[in-house]
Structures are given as structure tokens and as C-alpha cells.
Design a protein around this ligand. Structure first.
Ligand code: C2O
Length: 561
């Protein structure tokens, strides 16, 4: 395995075609055999924002305990920030990246150096742009190997391959979201999904008998995806950079933001097999991109089309697009390898509804600005608050410098109105209220969140991500969460630790964490379309006592607002 040179790394964001590369990163790449031999072609006539000329961007390979110093130069024509998805950022919230939450954007021509240390994390994470929809093409893998001298809790695989599942529009994704925002309707669905930047038939070669570690990352914008490899079982060993009790399955499901590490052994007859991803779509009747993206798992002894031989790889069988039962069966298998310290004496218990909504057409808007259902504009909310990003200061800066008027601290701990969340909800409850509301947490408090999907407009599985924290997913279920009967389902022994939880469609999930990281941390739906519509809030975790429980000072090159 190659280890990244510590010290200065350069991520240069280019506004250029995918093929252009003018700056070579001081980054060493992993050396598994993956060759691009696209059969279908992406539309590359549009200009695309890439990192160091690469799509996906460079893989960062580091060890637990490393300090990363990554300088980002913005050569794009858009504002930009980079988020290190899943990194705890202990006391270094200034390096977290979400635009107007922890920093103002890096303006075109500007730069910012992200500095942070990886403390007690190993496995697969990723990095991505956190400004508008730039992450559609600005993303890459972030692989954390065990500390020098320690090993995986499973036999060392022969090879390791990051598998980045992406989503592609034959249009500038910024134009796609800007158009949707202008008309108040749903954005166009994508044109293709990709594996490591290719829509089809990327090669990954392996030899008979070898065990390969696939680090699968769902980097798609708006789509949960099933992933499978024809004729091969997958042994799941980790998710979101946390190890799991190994179990085997023929298919995995990942929401955007989630990662899953699987071992795969070349135990079939030497041939070519498709590995493929296609949607899990839980919202009834909503349009979606129903295409399949493929790569080829090739046994090296099999005929290789890149050497001019014909091939007919075998396709995996997939669950139906709406197969929620398979998703639940999969997620219920996720267990921490050992007993874990789940917080028990809960100090802060929040019940948060998550879902869509519709704004009535504002009086000064024309009808073509209100092309949501029945002349409305699409919205989303948490506890009926549709999150609005500040536009002058970041929340973290406003908090740190005591600047008033940027946010309020009155995010409600419970829904303002109680109703049958997953039933037939009266249309009078479909209108959220816009706001920039945070919820304050004292340092060291034990927090429980019940995340409750609503059936407003449509129930849907929402991948909810919290910045700066991992949490235990202690239970999930369907219908309305009932504190009288559902607490018996709580797993306080070996629940999985994640940074992104798929809240079941028309259901709920309960998560717990210890608020031990001061700063401002956004929690949002990782379906970007929902995030754009306001499916977000932020926690403001106060400093504890002393330097080691307090947010560091902002770096001197923090982009000015
Ligand atoms: Cu993966 Cu707020 O992000």
C-alpha cells in the first residue's frame, strides 16, 4: 500500500475539461489495476470542474494519527469549499468546509489551506465540494489506513480498490440546480451513474483466489444505490470508517455520503463479471434516473477485451428499485464488532421530523417561478424549519466573533405540531417556515435524536449526515416512532457507528452521540436536492473547560467573508 507523503498537498480546482491537467499533485496514488475502457461515453463537450485535472479527484491515502495540510486553490469560476466527509475535526471546525456554516467560500482565484489531524479513525471516507452542486464532479476518496504497526481486524487483502459511485448530467450541474431554484420545481434527473468516473465497463483485474477489499463510496448527488458483483458474495467489514462484524450478502445499499468496505474473493470460474450499481428509489412516483453503471471484474486468466478479445460479462441480479425490505434486511445486519460505549444518561433528547414541503407561490413571484406541484415551490424541512444558509458570515465565524443577526438558537427540540407523521397529512401542514436556526448543546452532553420521516409530498429514505461526529444507530423502524413501545428495540450493546444514517421511508431512526467536539456542525440530508430545499439544521456545541475542550482559533488564511 502506498502512503501519502505527509506535508503539503495541493488540490487545485480547475475550470477546465476533464482531460486537462496542468498541476501535478504531490500525492501518490494507489496501485491496483483499474483501467478505463469506456464503452458508453459521457458527454464531455461541457466544461467540467475537476481537481488536479482528475475526475474523480485524487485519492488521499493517510494513516490514523496523520496531520493533513491540504492547500486548495480555486481556479473555478464559482465559489468553492471542500469538506472532508466523516472526519471528526476535533476542535478544528474551521477545516470542516461547509459553505457559510464553518467558513465563507474560497472565491475564484482564492485559496485556503485545510489543516486537521485524524484522531482514532480508520477506513473509508471521502472528500467533496460543499458549495452549491459542485460536488457532482469535485470529489475523491479519503482512505485512512491503521496506524503504523497496527493492522486490519481481518486478513490483509491482496488488493484494495476504491469504488466511487457518481452521478452525471450531460449539462453543467450548477445550471441544473440554478434552474430548479429559479422555477421552484424539481431539478432534472441525471443522465448516468458512474463507477470511478466511467458510466460503464471500467476494468478491475484480479487473480483467481485473491481477496480484494472494495471500498465502495456513494458519491452520487441525489440517489441511493444498490451495488453488487455478479456471482460473488460480498463480506461487509466496515462502513463510514467504522469496522463491523463481518457478514456476507449479495447486494449492499448506500445512500449518498455512505461508504461500505467489502471483501470479495475470486472464487468463481475465471471469466469477466460485472460489478454494477443502480438506484434504490423509495419515493413513490418521483422521476429518477433508472440507468445502471457497470465496471468489469476480470480474472486475469480470462480473455480481456482490452487485448482485443470479445466478452460477455455476467450481470448481477438486483432487487427491484423500490425493494425496501432488502434495504432493511441489509442495514439490520450492521453491527459493531464488539460492545461499544453507547451514551445512556441522555441529557438532550430531540425528536426531529424530516421531509419535504411546499411553499405557496409568493405574491411577487410569477407562475413560471412556481413550477412545483399545483403552482407551489418545493421545500424541505427539519421540525418544520426550512434551513436557509447565511450569505454574509459563516455561522461559526458569527458565533466566534459574536456577530449578531446571522443565526438564531431556537431550533425546536420537537415538532411545533404533533401529527400522524407517516399518515395522510393535512395540506395545512405542508408549509415549512424558513430560518437559520441552530440547536445549542453543552460540551459533554449525551444526545439522542429520533429522526422521523414524514409522508408530506412523499415519504422517502433520507440519508442524514452529521458533520464533526460519528453516532450510534441504535434502532430504526416504520411508521411513527413510539417512545412507549419502540425503546425495547434499542440496541445499546453493539450498534453500528456511522456518520450518515438512512432513515427508512415512512419510518424513523434513533441515533446517539456524545457532544465532545465544540463548533458548529451541520446536519443535513445528503440527497443534495433536499439539502438545497432546506433539509438541514446545525448544532452549536459550546466549548468545555480548558483548551483541550475548546475550538481552536481560526487560521489566518480563513477566507474573508
Ligand atoms: Cu458529505 Cu455536508 O456532507
Amino acid at each position: 500500500m502506498k502512503v501519502l507523503k505527509k506535508g503539503l498537498m495541493h488540490l487545485v480546482i480547475l475550470f477546465a475539461s476533464i482531460m486537462v491537467s496542468t498541476v501535478v499533485a504531490k500525492i501518490q496514488y494507489h496501485d491496483f489495476v483499474v483501467q478505463a475502457t469506456p464503452v458508453k461515453r459521457l458527454c464531455r463537450t461541457r466544461s467540467t470542474i475537476t481537481v488536479n485535472g482528475q475526475y474523480p479527484g485524487p485519492t488521499l491515502e493517510v494513516n490514523d494519527g496523520d496531520t493533513l495540510v491540504i492547500s486548495v486553490v480555486n481556479r473555478a469560476r464559482y465559489n468553492l469549499t471542500i469538506h472532508w466527509h466523516g472526519i471528526r475535526q476535533m476542535r478544528t471546525g474551521w477545516a470542516d468546509g461547509p459553505e457559510f456554516i464553518t467558513q465563507c467560500p474560497i472565491r475564484p482565484g482564492g485559496s485556503y489551506t485545510y489543516r486537521f489531524t485524524i484522531e482514532g479513525q480508520e477506513g473509508t471516507l471521502w472528500w467533496h465540494a460543499h458549495s452549491s452542486w459542485l460536488r457532482a464532479t469535485v470529489y475523491g476518496a479519503l482512505i485512512i489506513y491503521p496506524r503504523e504497526g497496527s493492522t486490519y481486524p481481518f486478513a490483509e487483502p491482496k488488493r484494495e480498490t476504491p469504488i466511487l459511485l457518481g452521478e452525471w448530467w450531460n449539462a453543467n450541474p450548477i445550471d441544473v440546480v440554478n434552474m430548479a431554484t429559479q422555477i421552484g420545481g424539481a431539478p432534472n434527473v441525471s443522465d448516468a451513474f458512474t463507477i470511478n468516473g466511467q458510466p460503464g465497463d471500467l476494468y478491475s483485474c484480479s487473480s483467481s483466489g485473491e481477496t480484494n477489499l472494495l471500498r465502495v463510496i456513494n458519491a452520487a448527488m441525489n440517489q441511493e444505490l444498490f451495488f453488487a458483483v455478479a456471482k460473488h458474495q460480498l463480506t461487509v467489514v466496515g462502513a463510514d470508517a467504522s469496522y463491523l462484524k463481518p457478514f456476507t450478502t449479495s447486494v449492499i445499499m448506500l445512500g449518498p455520503g455512505q461508504t461500505t468496505d467489502v471483501l470479495i474473493t475470486g472464487d468463481q470460474s475465471p471469466a469477466q463479471y460485472y460489478m454494477a450499481a443502480r438506484p434504490y428509489q423509495s419515493a413513490q412516483g418521483a422521476p429518477f434516473d433508472n440507468t445502471t453503471t457497470t465496471a468489469i471484474l476480470d480474472y486475469i486468466s480470462a480473455p480481456c477485451p482490452s487485448r482485443g478479445m470479445p466478452s460477455t460479462p455476467i450481470m448481477p441480479t438486483f432487487p427491484a428499485f423500490n425493494d425496501t425490505a432488502t434495504v432493511i434486511a441489509f442495514t439490520q445486519n450492521l453491527r459493531s464488532p464488539n460492545n461499544v460505549p453507547v451514551p445512556t444518561d441522555i441529557d438532550e433528547s430531540l425528536f426531529i421530523t424530516i421531509g419535504l414541503g411546499l411553499f405557496n407561490c409568493p405574491p411577487n413571484f410569477s407562475t413560471n417561478q412556481c413550477q412545483g406541484p399545483n403552482g407551489t415551490r418545493f421545500a424541505s424541512s427539519m421540525n418544520n424549519v426550512s434551513f436557509i444558509l447565511p450569505s454574509s458570515y459563516s455561522i461559526l465565524q458569527a458565533y466566534h466573533q459574536g456577530i449578531p443577526g446571522v443565526f438564531t438558537t431556537d431550533f425546536p427540540a420537537v415538532p411545533p405540531v404533533q401529527f400522524d407523521y407517516t399518515g395522510n397529512v393535512s395540506q395545512s401542514l405542508w408549509q415549512p417556515v424558513p430560518g437559520t436556526k441552530v440547536y445549542k448543546l453543552e460540551y459533554g452532553s449525551n444526545v439522542q435524536l429520533v429522526l422521523q420521516d414524514t409522508s408530506i409530498v412523499s415519504g422517502e429514505n433520507h440519508p442524514i449526515h452529521i458533520h464533526g461526529y460519528n453516532f450510534y444507530v441504535i434502532a430504526e423502524g416504520f411508521g411513527n416512532f413510539d417512545s412507549a413501545t419502540d425503546t425495547v428495540k434499542f440496541n445499546l450493546v453493539d450498534p453500528p457507528m456511522r456518520n450518515t444514517v438512512g432513515v427508512p421511508v415512512n419510518g424513523w431512526a434513533v441515533i446517539r452521540f456524545l457532544a465532545d467536539n465544540p463548533g458548529v456542525w451541520i446536519m443535513h440530508c445528503h440527497l443534495d436536492v433536499h439539502n438545497t430545499w432546506g433539509l438541514a439544521m446545525a448544532f452549536l456545541v459550546e466549548n468545555g473547560s480548558g483548551e483541550l475542550q475548546s475550538l481552536e482559533s481560526p487560521p489566518v488564511d480563513l477566507p474573508p467573508c
